[in-house]
Design a protein around this ligand. Structure first.
Ligand code: ATP
Length: 347
């Protein structure tokens, strides 16, 4: 059992704040993903949980006990990094066994534990190989097995897939998802890749400049982003955002007129997703086509509104030419509104 509580946790180096007021309880066996752009404080948060970085404010608790002053080795967490850090002179078997040796775990149990961990990541046939004789994906699986063999209560994973090519990323991602389910451990996973976050997480924490922007299930974050930062970070393509004004229940911007808006008059940002809009002869947006992208299973059409590129997903059979004038219909229930100043969600 491992419930992790972060109580107003902060990290500061001199005047620079790396992580600000992180306050969250991570449930036993939860798969939590920390998501955000480079430098937003994901790794620092995880290193504080691991004990590799001092906490400058707040408390970290594991199962109700404050661990701020516990050494990393006493925290019962296993970390997997983007660089696998395998020992080049040891073969796969010895690399996986290493944590058992340094922890002085009864040698009689090593063989069974190593073989079981290797089997979970399908490395049974590679135990005698040296890291140099493995592919990137196989090395990453050795690193995973080395974490599994310790039977920790908490897994901490920092961009473990980032050195793999696109195809291996997808298969290793599925393997991690399956493993965390099978091992039933609490997992905290750091990534800047929103697809990894959406596919792996029970809950996602979106961070920006050391500050948590939103915590929620992948669908909550996708369907009801708390602000324009989250809206533009989640989803591919990102949510369309148009700066405009509401007056007497009508939102207007260049090429754009949306009626039936129940907001007070003033500047606001309208958001909608590419797949929620439809192409027709007339719509709330009417503009010439700027790009046409064939994706195989769909066609992505974009127009320019003000400074923004607005994307709409059309059927794969949709045919049109650049500069053709099109209408974009946005169902009212698919519209999101955000304040113009801070970008906070309005409804
Ligand atoms: P990435 O995706 O690039 O790994 P990240 O979200 O994991 O980024 P962190 O590594 O947590 O970001 O860094 C958060 C911020 O803290 C960054 O601006 C970084 O420059 C800063 N930082 C990290 N370590 C130190 C340090 N030892 N001293 C001062 N600033 C630091």
């Amino acid at each position: 059992m491992a419930e992790i509580q972060l109580r107003n946790v902060g990290k500061r180096w001199g005047a620079f704040v790396g992580v600000h007021n992180f306050d969250l309880t991570i449930a036993d066996r939860e798969f939590l993903v920390l998501l955000g752009p480079s430098g937003c404080g994901k790794t620092t948060t995880m290193r504080m949980i691991a004990g590799l970085e001092d906490v400058t404010e707040g408390e970290i608790l594991v199962d109700g006990n404050v661990v701020n002053d516990l050494e990393p080795k006493d925290r019962d967490v296993a970390m997997v990094f983007q660089s696998y850090a395998l020992y080049p002179n040891m073969n796969v078997y010895e690399n996986i066994r290493f944590p058992l040796k340094v922890r002085g775990i009864d040698a009689a149990s090593h063989d069974e534990k190593v073989r079981r961990a290797a089997s979970m990541v399908e490395l049974d046939d590679f135990l005698h190989r040296k890291p140099a004789e493995l592919s990137g994906g196989q090395r990453q699986r050795v690193a995973l097995a080395r974490a599994i063999v310790r039977e920790p209560n908490v897994f901490l994973m920092d961009e473990p897939l980032s050195n793999l090519d696109a195809k291996l990323r997808v298969s290793t991602r599925a393997q991690i998802k399956n493993l965390s389910h099978e091992l039933a451990v609490t997992t905290i996973y750091v990534t800047h890749d929103q697809i990894e976050a959406m596919t792996l997480a029970d809950r996602v924490v979106v961070m920006k400049k050391g500050v948590v922007q939103q915590v929620g299930s992948p669908m909550e974050i996708y369907d009801r982003p708390a602000n324009t930062f989250v809206a533009s970070f989640i989803g591919s393509p990102a949510m369309n955002l148009i700066d405009g004004r509401v007056e007497s229940g009508v939102f207007t911007a260049q090429h754009t007129r949306v009626e039936g808006v129940t907001l007070t008059d003033g500047p606001v940002t309208l958001g909608f997703r590419a797949e929620d809009a439809m192409l027709q002869d007339h719509g709330q947006i009417e503009a010439p086509i700027y790009t046409i992208e064939l994706l195989g299973d769909a066609t992505m059409i974009s127009v320019r509104v003000g400074g923004a590129l607005i994307s709409v997903k059309a059927d794969k059979t949709y045919r049109a030419e650049i500069d053709d004038r099109i209408g974009i219909r946005i169902p009212v229930e698919a519209c999101h509104f955000f304040t113009a100043e801070s970008g906070e969600r309005l409804d």
